[in-house]
Design a protein around this ligand. Structure first.
Ligand code: CA
Length: 218
């Protein structure tokens, strides 16, 4: 899952990038409003974390502009300002939830999961098909009678596939979900991940649709 972090504070930003990455997410970090606006327009992020106090262009202005331009990325406002007016303005401008600093990382991750569930119209944090299940809270994947904790990249791969069972994802779509800006992607990186998942859970865990990409059966 690819996340856009919009935060100008280096200390908070570094901490959040580390926390999100260790939770298996791909993170692009921008530090000002204008760059944030361009990033939101150019990439289909699973979620954006938006700080309100930003240099150049205020977070609320970024949100307003993005929604006006049709950007539908779920936005979680993360802000030091706990003023009621800012929270109300943020929600009215199209934010999906907010979190007031200081907060604990587990709460941020839980709110992100809740937001993703709401967007997908699901009531629980489990993604299920007839033969497989992925717990987005614990990162455990089950298929063919086996249950294992997935490493970060394998989890991100399975999350992308399990969110839309029966839908083919191309290599480019998977790479966009799994790798952030400036990350070197080996040409066979996606195959290596798929091979690893299949070795553990069996070939039926991920179907190869020749010439098109991969999918998990419904
Ligand atoms: Ca700030």
């Amino acid at each position: 899952m690819r996340v856009l972090l919009i935060e100008d504070d280096a200390l908070i930003g570094n901490g959040l990038v580390a926390a999100l990455k260790s939770a298996g997410m791909t993170v692009d970090w921008v530090r000002d409003g204008l760059t944030a606006q361009e990033a939101l327009r150019g990439t289909a992020y699973a979620i954006a974390l938006l700080d309100l106090g930003l240099p150049g262009m205020d977070g609320l202005a970024v949100l307003k502009a993005a929604r006006r331009q049709g950007v539908e990325t779920p936005v979680l406002v993360v802000t030091a300002r706990d003023a009621l007016e800012d929270r109300v303005a943020g929600l009215d401008l199209g934010a999906d939830d907010y979190l007031v600093k200081p907060f604990e990382v587990p709460e941020l991750l839980a709110r992100m999961r809740a937001l993703m569930r709401r967007r997908a119209g699901r009531a629980t944090s489990r993604l299920e098909t007839r033969e497989a299940a992925l717990d987005t809270g614990t990162h455990e994947f089950s298929h063919g009678g086996r249950t294992e904790l997935l490493p970060a990249r394998e989890y991100a791969l399975m999350q992308a596939l399990m969110e839309r069972p029966g839908h083919i994802l191309s290599r480019a779509q998977i790479e966009e979900r799994l790798y952030g800006w400036g990350e070197e992607v080996e040409s066979n990186a996606v195959e290596v991940l798929i091979h690893s998942v299949r070795r553990k859970f069996g070939k039926g865990a991920i179907l190869n649709i020749r010439g098109a990409g991969w999918m998990v059966p419904k």
